[in-house]
Each structure stands twice: as structure tokens, then as C-alpha cells.
Write a protein that binds this ligand. Structure first.
Ligand SMILES: Cc1cc2nc3c(=O)[nH]c(=O)nc-3n(C[C@H](O)[C@H](O)[C@H](O)COP(=O)(O)OP(=O)(O)OC[C@H]3O[C@@H](n4cnc5c(N)ncnc54)[C@H](O)[C@@H]3O)c2cc1C
Length: 313
């Protein structure tokens, strides 16, 4: 039985988002045939207000979390333990010294130098398993390495693009899994303003876009003021808009960044300028070819269950 959203007019944004999540999750357990998250929201929202800014906010949050449009996200497997999102306030941690520090600690704590030997700037082009089971790793610079076994942790986007040749080829089961799991694009735009543009205690704002075509267009903004002690916000471009953002010039990105405080707070801020701006390009980076994976809308349960190439309990 489908749970529907009721008393829409009386809801706050937080209530609407929470109830929408519950309703879509409830619907997901009833579904025989998978549908997209976009369709699911339409089904549970008896008022058909899919173009409403609240609905757009719900969709924008899902697209940000999963990295692709709500039309391509699977409802059936979204809340099926595929991804577990801990939304409690203490769930997110930020390594303020950067991720490199983590790696440094792992290397320093390694018992011997030989046990963790990291080689940089070695672009792998081939992984060949020889007849005697030894593995030969081929690099673009002509260098080769031999090993008894390898663990491949290439990003899904790189595997999808067949940038690395496996000999013999990967099994049909692995190839099927690589094909079926979706890889989305979420790009960050880090903007340093010349002055504070942000309410003191607010950490994140989701702008309810009036036009659904603007969804995913830097509509989620996070303040890093408390962490970096500067007026810095990070905003995100998702899916198609994420891909398009990689082709924008710094001047175009600055225009978008300057429009955001106005859109978010409804009033123009005087004398605000952008001091520094920097954006990621995960889709066009040939060492990632996307941001993170998501449960793609698939037709049959069998094919989804084969998303992982390994036996799972
Ligand atoms: C915008 C964004 C926000 C995120 N937010 C979070 C978050 O808040 N919390 C969280 O836990 N996770 C987050 N993630 C996800 C997290 O970053 C990834 O899940 C994680 O980095 C994946 O680690 P990995 O080792 O599998 O792959 P990667 O970190 O991608 O490592 C793969 C490595 O393979 C290298 N490589 C690629 N091709 C080759 C080749 N041919 N030869 C040799 N090397 C190659 C790459 O250069 C890279 O160093 C986020 C990701 C993005 C993009």
C-alpha cells in the first residue's frame, strides 16, 4: 500500500523532506517493478506538486547524495542498504589537515618500508595474468611490474571506459556489474569571498530552485567559515550540470558564485567580490571519469543483485 503525503500546506521544509523520504522508502518496499526516484515522488505526492520548490529540494538532495538525476536513480534499491546514509548531526567528519595526512600516517605506521611501497606517476594501461599465474602490470611509460596477485581499485568510471586492458578479459559477471552500477558526476566549486556572506550558525543551505532545469545547479551550499576561518563556501554541480560546469571559464564560475548569496538570501549583498575560486572536474579527469557510484534504475531484480561481482552474505 502506498503512503501518501498529506497536509502538505501545514508542513515545514524539514517535515516535508522527512515525510517524503519515509513515503518513498515505504513505497520502495512495495514495488514489484523498479521505478525512478522522480516517479516515486510523483506517486507519493498526492498533490502532484512535482514542480514545487519543496519537491525540487527533495530531488536535489537525492541527486547530490547519489550523483545523478532522479530520473536515473533506482527507488527499489536506494534504501536497500546499497548506500547507508547516516544523517545524524555527528555523522560527517572533515579531516581538517587534508587526506594526505591520513596516508602519511598509514605509511609512517607501516612496520617496514617494503611493506608499503607507494609508486607515484605510474599510469597502468594493462593487467596481464600469465600462464604461470604471475601478474604483469604494464604502465604507459613502458615500465612493467610483476606480482603474485593484484588488488585492482580503479575508479568505476575508469573501468567503464575500458582504459585499462585486462588479459584475459574480465568475466562476464564482472563486466555486467561494471556496466550496471551507475557513475554520477558531482563537482565542487570552492569560493572564497572578500567578506562574510553567510548567517553565522548555518552550515548548509539548499536553495529551492523555481525552475526544474536549474536543479543540480549549485543549489546546495556549505559554509566552511568555521573550518578555514575565512568566508569560504563550497557549492556543488550535479549530473548533466556537473558535466557542463567543467567547461565553464573562471569568469563564468565567478558570476554563478556571486549570484548564489543573492539567490539564497533574497537580497543583493553590497561590495561582495570573489577572491579565489576553484572547481573540480571529476568527469573529464581521466583518472576518475566521474564522482561516485549510485544504484541505477534497472529492470530486473536479478540484474541488480549481480551489481557486485563477488559473493555476498
Ligand atoms: C564531490 C565528492 C564528494 C564526496 N564526499 C564524500 C564524503 O563526504 N564522505 C565519503 O566518505 N566519501 C565521499 N566521496 C567519495 C570518496 O571520495 C570516494 O568514495 C573514495 O575516494 C573512493 O576511493 P577509491 O580508493 O575507491 O578511489 P579513488 O580515491 O578514486 O582512487 C583511485 C585511484 O586510482 C588512480 N587511477 C585511476 N586510473 C589509473 C590508472 N590507469 N593507473 C594508475 N592509477 C589510476 C586515481 O588517480 C586514484 O588515485 C566523495 C566524492 C566526491 C567526488
Amino acid at each position: 500500500m502506498t503512503t501518501r503525503l498529506r497536509d502538505f500546506a501545514a508542513m515545514s521544509v524539514v517535515q516535508f523532506l522527512g515525510m517524503s523520504r519515509d513515503a518513498v522508502e515505504h513505497l520502495s518496499s512495495d514495488l514489484e517493478k523498479d521505478i525512478s526516484v522522480h516517479s516515486a515522488l510523483r506517486q507519493v505526492n498526492q498533490y502532484q506538486l512535482i514542480e514545487d520548490p519543496l519537491s525540487q529540494t527533495f530531488l536535489a538532495e537525492h541527486e547530490f547524495f547519489f550523483g545523478d538525476t532522479a530520473d536515473t536513480l533506482s527507488t527499489k534499491y536506494l534504501y536497500d542498504g546499497y548506500f547507508e546514509i547516516d544523517t545524524s548531526p555527528a555523522s560527517d567528519k572533515i579531516p581538517v589537515l587534508g587526506y594526505t595526512k591520513m596516508l602519511d600516517m598509514i605509511v609512517q605506521n607501516s612496520p617496514t618500508e617494503a611493506s608499503l611501497h607507494i609508486l607515484l606517476d605510474q599510469e597502468v594501461t594493462g593487467v596481464d595474468v600469465q600462464e604461470d599465474k604471475r601478474v604483469v602490470i604494464k604502465c604507459r611509460n613502458g615500465q612493467t611490474y610483476q606480482a603474485g596477485a593484484v588488488i585492482v581499485t580503479l575508479p568505476l568510471g575508469v573501468l567503464k571506459a575500458n582504459d585499462v586492458k585486462f588479459t584475459p578479459g574480465l568475466s562476464p559477471k564482472m563486466k555486467g556489474a561494471i556496466k550496471r552500477v551507475g557513475i554520477g558526476t558531482v563537482n565542487k566549486l570552492v569560493v572564497e569571498f572578500n567578506q562574510r556572506v553567510w548567517p553565522n550558525k548555518t552550515q548548509q543551505i539548499t536553495v529551492a530552485m523555481r525552475d526544474s532545469a536549474d536543479q543540480g545547479k549549485f543549489s546546495i551550499l556549505t559554509s566552511f567559515q568555521a573550518i578555514v576561518k575565512k568566508p569560504v563556501i563550497v557549492t556543488y554541480a550535479v549530473s548533466q550540470i556537473g558535466k557542463q560546469s567543467e567547461t565553464l571559464s573562471d569568469a563564468e564560475l565567478k558570476d554563478i558564485a556571486l549570484s548564489r548569496p543573492n539567490t539564497s538570501f533574497g537580497t543583493a549583498l553590497d561590495n561582495v567580490t570573489v577572491v579565489n575560486i576553484s572547481g573540480t572536474k571529476w568527469k573529464s579527469d581521466r583518472f576518475s571519469r566521474g564522482s561516485y557510484s549510485f544504484p541505477a534504475l534497472v529492470v530486473t531484480e536479478t540484474s541488480t543483485r549481480q551489481c557486485t561481482p563477488f559473493p555476498m552474505l
